[in-house]
Design a protein around this ligand. Structure first.
Ligand code: PEP
Length: 266
Protein backbone atom coordinates (compact mmCIF):
# COMPACT_ATOMS: atom_id res chain seq x y z
CA UNK A 1 0.00 0.00 0.00
CA UNK A 2 1.25 3.47 -0.70
CA UNK A 3 0.98 5.76 2.27
CA UNK A 4 0.40 9.48 1.85
CA UNK A 5 3.41 11.36 3.26
CA UNK A 6 2.72 13.60 6.23
CA UNK A 7 4.95 16.53 7.16
CA UNK A 8 4.15 18.30 10.43
CA UNK A 9 5.90 21.34 11.87
CA UNK A 10 6.27 21.47 15.63
CA UNK A 11 6.70 25.14 16.45
CA UNK A 12 7.30 24.39 20.14
CA UNK A 13 7.41 27.62 22.20
CA UNK A 14 8.09 29.82 19.18
CA UNK A 15 6.11 32.33 17.13
CA UNK A 16 3.68 34.81 18.64
CA UNK A 17 0.21 35.03 17.12
CA UNK A 18 1.26 37.64 14.55
CA UNK A 19 4.49 35.82 13.76
CA UNK A 20 2.59 32.57 13.32
CA UNK A 21 0.09 34.17 10.96
CA UNK A 22 2.95 35.70 8.97
CA UNK A 23 4.69 32.33 8.75
CA UNK A 24 1.66 30.47 7.37
CA UNK A 25 0.90 33.34 5.00
CA UNK A 26 4.42 32.94 3.63
CA UNK A 27 4.08 29.16 3.49
CA UNK A 28 0.71 29.02 1.73
CA UNK A 29 1.84 30.08 -1.76
CA UNK A 30 4.97 27.96 -1.50
CA UNK A 31 2.95 24.76 -1.00
CA UNK A 32 -0.22 25.68 -2.90
CA UNK A 33 -1.53 22.84 -5.04
CA UNK A 34 0.38 20.08 -3.26
CA UNK A 35 -2.29 17.50 -2.57
CA UNK A 36 -0.25 14.32 -2.29
CA UNK A 37 1.33 15.29 1.04
CA UNK A 38 -0.55 16.03 4.28
CA UNK A 39 0.79 19.27 5.75
CA UNK A 40 0.35 20.49 9.32
CA UNK A 41 1.73 23.14 11.63
CA UNK A 42 1.50 22.92 15.41
CA UNK A 43 1.65 26.40 16.97
CA UNK A 44 1.47 27.24 20.68
CA UNK A 45 -2.00 26.87 22.20
CA UNK A 46 -2.58 30.62 22.26
CA UNK A 47 -1.83 31.02 18.55
CA UNK A 48 -3.92 28.04 17.39
CA UNK A 49 -7.23 29.74 16.68
CA UNK A 50 -5.75 32.69 14.78
CA UNK A 51 -3.33 30.55 12.79
CA UNK A 52 -6.31 28.24 12.17
CA UNK A 53 -8.19 31.19 10.66
CA UNK A 54 -5.19 32.13 8.53
CA UNK A 55 -4.89 28.67 6.94
CA UNK A 56 -8.58 28.35 6.05
CA UNK A 57 -9.04 27.43 2.38
CA UNK A 58 -5.45 26.21 2.05
CA UNK A 59 -3.92 22.74 2.11
CA UNK A 60 -2.32 23.39 5.51
CA UNK A 61 -3.89 21.93 8.66
CA UNK A 62 -3.16 22.60 12.31
CA UNK A 63 -2.45 20.53 15.39
CA UNK A 64 -1.87 21.00 19.10
CA UNK A 65 1.41 20.21 20.83
CA UNK A 66 -0.17 18.33 23.73
CA UNK A 67 -3.54 17.57 25.28
CA UNK A 68 -5.20 16.04 28.34
CA UNK A 69 -7.52 13.12 29.03
CA UNK A 70 -10.35 15.01 30.73
CA UNK A 71 -12.88 17.08 28.85
CA UNK A 72 -13.11 20.11 31.16
CA UNK A 73 -13.06 21.09 34.81
CA UNK A 74 -10.52 21.88 37.50
CA UNK A 75 -7.40 21.01 35.54
CA UNK A 76 -5.46 24.27 35.65
CA UNK A 77 -3.18 24.77 32.61
CA UNK A 78 -4.46 21.75 30.69
CA UNK A 79 -6.06 21.84 27.22
CA UNK A 80 -8.44 19.05 26.30
CA UNK A 81 -9.17 17.76 22.79
CA UNK A 82 -12.48 19.64 22.85
CA UNK A 83 -10.63 22.97 22.92
CA UNK A 84 -8.20 21.89 20.23
CA UNK A 85 -11.04 20.85 17.94
CA UNK A 86 -12.78 24.15 18.71
CA UNK A 87 -9.64 25.99 17.56
CA UNK A 88 -9.67 24.04 14.28
CA UNK A 89 -7.16 21.29 15.02
CA UNK A 90 -7.07 17.99 13.19
CA UNK A 91 -3.98 16.57 14.92
CA UNK A 92 -2.27 16.58 18.30
CA UNK A 93 1.30 15.68 19.17
CA UNK A 94 1.44 13.39 22.20
CA UNK A 95 4.48 12.10 24.07
CA UNK A 96 7.05 14.46 22.59
CA UNK A 97 10.35 13.94 24.40
CA UNK A 98 10.09 17.48 25.74
CA UNK A 99 6.88 16.58 27.57
CA UNK A 100 7.98 13.13 28.75
CA UNK A 101 9.09 12.90 32.37
CA UNK A 102 12.09 10.80 31.49
CA UNK A 103 13.51 13.87 29.78
CA UNK A 104 14.27 15.31 33.24
CA UNK A 105 17.61 17.06 33.29
CA UNK A 106 20.06 17.73 36.09
CA UNK A 107 19.89 21.36 37.08
CA UNK A 108 23.36 22.27 38.33
CA UNK A 109 22.19 25.27 40.31
CA UNK A 110 19.48 23.39 42.13
CA UNK A 111 21.55 20.20 42.26
CA UNK A 112 18.64 17.94 41.42
CA UNK A 113 16.87 16.33 38.53
CA UNK A 114 13.91 18.31 37.32
CA UNK A 115 11.02 16.26 36.08
CA UNK A 116 9.49 19.09 34.09
CA UNK A 117 6.30 17.60 32.76
CA UNK A 118 6.13 14.10 34.15
CA UNK A 119 4.56 12.39 31.13
CA UNK A 120 4.73 8.60 31.12
CA UNK A 121 3.79 6.01 28.50
CA UNK A 122 0.56 5.30 30.32
CA UNK A 123 -0.49 8.97 30.12
CA UNK A 124 0.58 9.14 26.48
CA UNK A 125 -1.82 6.27 25.88
CA UNK A 126 -4.65 7.90 27.86
CA UNK A 127 -4.21 11.15 25.95
CA UNK A 128 -4.11 9.38 22.58
CA UNK A 129 -7.30 7.44 23.32
CA UNK A 130 -9.11 10.55 24.51
CA UNK A 131 -7.89 12.49 21.48
CA UNK A 132 -9.35 9.83 19.18
CA UNK A 133 -12.64 9.75 21.07
CA UNK A 134 -12.94 13.49 20.56
CA UNK A 135 -12.16 13.71 16.88
CA UNK A 136 -8.41 14.34 16.81
CA UNK A 137 -5.67 12.21 15.28
CA UNK A 138 -2.72 11.74 17.61
CA UNK A 139 0.86 11.98 16.44
CA UNK A 140 2.46 9.70 19.02
CA UNK A 141 6.15 10.39 19.54
CA UNK A 142 8.68 7.88 20.79
CA UNK A 143 12.45 7.69 20.84
CA UNK A 144 15.50 6.61 22.79
CA UNK A 145 17.92 8.82 24.67
CA UNK A 146 21.64 8.91 23.83
CA UNK A 147 22.64 6.78 26.83
CA UNK A 148 20.06 4.17 25.85
CA UNK A 149 21.36 4.07 22.27
CA UNK A 150 24.96 3.84 23.44
CA UNK A 151 24.02 0.97 25.75
CA UNK A 152 22.51 -0.90 22.77
CA UNK A 153 19.01 -0.58 24.20
CA UNK A 154 17.30 1.34 21.39
CA UNK A 155 15.08 -1.51 20.21
CA UNK A 156 13.93 -2.54 23.66
CA UNK A 157 13.21 1.09 24.67
CA UNK A 158 11.15 1.68 21.54
CA UNK A 159 9.29 -1.62 21.92
CA UNK A 160 8.41 -0.86 25.55
CA UNK A 161 7.18 2.64 24.66
CA UNK A 162 5.12 1.46 21.73
CA UNK A 163 3.47 -1.45 23.53
CA UNK A 164 2.07 0.89 26.18
CA UNK A 165 1.57 4.03 24.06
CA UNK A 166 -0.43 2.20 21.39
CA UNK A 167 -2.42 -0.20 23.56
CA UNK A 168 -6.18 -0.59 23.31
CA UNK A 169 -7.07 1.42 20.20
CA UNK A 170 -9.82 0.20 17.91
CA UNK A 171 -8.61 -1.08 14.58
CA UNK A 172 -10.02 1.97 12.87
CA UNK A 173 -8.15 4.28 15.25
CA UNK A 174 -4.93 2.31 14.83
CA UNK A 175 -5.21 2.70 11.05
CA UNK A 176 -5.41 6.48 11.45
CA UNK A 177 -2.78 7.05 14.15
CA UNK A 178 0.51 8.65 13.26
CA UNK A 179 3.73 7.62 14.99
CA UNK A 180 6.81 9.82 15.09
CA UNK A 181 10.17 8.14 15.70
CA UNK A 182 12.27 10.85 17.28
CA UNK A 183 15.61 9.78 18.73
CA UNK A 184 15.97 12.21 21.62
CA UNK A 185 19.65 12.85 20.91
CA UNK A 186 18.77 14.07 17.41
CA UNK A 187 16.12 16.61 18.43
CA UNK A 188 17.29 20.18 18.07
CA UNK A 189 20.94 19.11 18.06
CA UNK A 190 21.75 19.14 14.35
CA UNK A 191 22.73 15.45 14.70
CA UNK A 192 20.38 13.65 12.33
CA UNK A 193 19.97 9.89 12.67
CA UNK A 194 21.56 8.02 9.78
CA UNK A 195 18.79 7.45 7.23
CA UNK A 196 19.24 3.66 7.10
CA UNK A 197 19.14 3.45 10.87
CA UNK A 198 16.08 5.72 11.07
CA UNK A 199 14.42 3.49 8.47
CA UNK A 200 15.37 0.37 10.43
CA UNK A 201 13.79 1.70 13.65
CA UNK A 202 10.68 2.85 11.78
CA UNK A 203 10.49 -0.69 10.35
CA UNK A 204 10.81 -2.10 13.86
CA UNK A 205 7.90 0.12 14.94
CA UNK A 206 5.86 -1.10 11.97
CA UNK A 207 6.57 -4.66 13.07
CA UNK A 208 5.28 -3.89 16.57
CA UNK A 209 2.13 -2.36 15.06
CA UNK A 210 1.72 -5.56 13.02
CA UNK A 211 1.97 -7.70 16.16
CA UNK A 212 -0.56 -5.50 17.95
CA UNK A 213 -3.06 -4.72 15.18
CA UNK A 214 -2.34 -6.92 12.17
CA UNK A 215 -0.69 -6.56 8.78
CA UNK A 216 -3.33 -4.28 7.26
CA UNK A 217 -2.90 -1.70 10.03
CA UNK A 218 0.90 -1.96 9.87
CA UNK A 219 0.70 -1.38 6.15
CA UNK A 220 -1.54 1.68 6.53
CA UNK A 221 -0.02 3.43 9.54
CA UNK A 222 2.17 6.44 8.89
CA UNK A 223 5.49 6.67 10.68
CA UNK A 224 7.32 9.98 10.65
CA UNK A 225 10.97 10.58 11.44
CA UNK A 226 11.87 13.57 13.61
CA UNK A 227 15.23 14.87 14.77
CA UNK A 228 17.05 17.67 12.98
CA UNK A 229 15.29 17.00 9.69
CA UNK A 230 16.02 19.92 7.40
CA UNK A 231 15.80 21.06 3.79
CA UNK A 232 19.10 19.32 2.98
CA UNK A 233 18.62 15.88 4.53
CA UNK A 234 14.84 15.49 4.07
CA UNK A 235 14.89 13.90 0.61
CA UNK A 236 17.20 11.10 1.72
CA UNK A 237 15.22 10.36 4.89
CA UNK A 238 11.84 10.60 3.16
CA UNK A 239 13.05 8.31 0.37
CA UNK A 240 13.31 5.37 2.78
CA UNK A 241 10.57 2.74 2.61
CA UNK A 242 9.49 2.90 6.24
CA UNK A 243 9.64 6.69 6.68
CA UNK A 244 6.33 8.25 5.70
CA UNK A 245 6.95 11.82 6.71
CA UNK A 246 8.60 14.12 9.16
CA UNK A 247 7.95 15.84 12.46
CA UNK A 248 10.03 18.94 12.04
CA UNK A 249 11.06 21.45 14.71
CA UNK A 250 13.61 24.16 13.87
CA UNK A 251 13.31 23.95 10.08
CA UNK A 252 9.52 24.38 10.31
CA UNK A 253 10.02 27.92 11.59
CA UNK A 254 11.30 29.11 8.22
CA UNK A 255 8.71 28.95 5.42
CA UNK A 256 11.17 28.25 2.59
CA UNK A 257 12.92 25.45 4.47
CA UNK A 258 9.65 23.85 5.54
CA UNK A 259 8.29 24.08 1.99
CA UNK A 260 11.43 22.40 0.64
CA UNK A 261 10.96 19.53 3.09
CA UNK A 262 7.31 19.19 2.03
CA UNK A 263 8.34 19.14 -1.62
CA UNK A 264 10.94 16.47 -0.88
CA UNK A 265 8.10 14.22 0.30
CA UNK A 266 5.94 14.88 -2.72
C1 PEP B 1 10.76 18.14 17.15
O1 PEP B 1 10.50 19.17 17.74
O2 PEP B 1 9.99 17.20 17.19
C2 PEP B 1 12.02 18.09 16.39
C3 PEP B 1 12.29 17.00 15.74
O3 PEP B 1 12.82 19.19 16.43
P1 PEP B 1 14.07 19.50 15.43
O4 PEP B 1 13.59 19.27 14.04
O5 PEP B 1 14.42 20.92 15.71
O6 PEP B 1 15.16 18.54 15.82
Amino acid sequence: MSRKPFIAGNWKMNKTIDEGIALVNELKPLVAGIDNVDIAVCPTFVALAKVGDAIKGSNITIGGQNTFWKESGAWTSQVSPKFLVDAGCKWVIIGHSETRGRFGTVDDELGKVLDYFGEKDVTVNMKAKFAFENGLIPIIACGEMLAEREAGKTDEVIAAQMKTDLAGFTKDQAMKMVIAYEPVWAIGTGKTCDSDEADRVCGLIRGIVKEMYGADVADAVRIQYGGSMNEKNAAELLGKPNIDGGLVGGAALVAEKFATIIKSAK
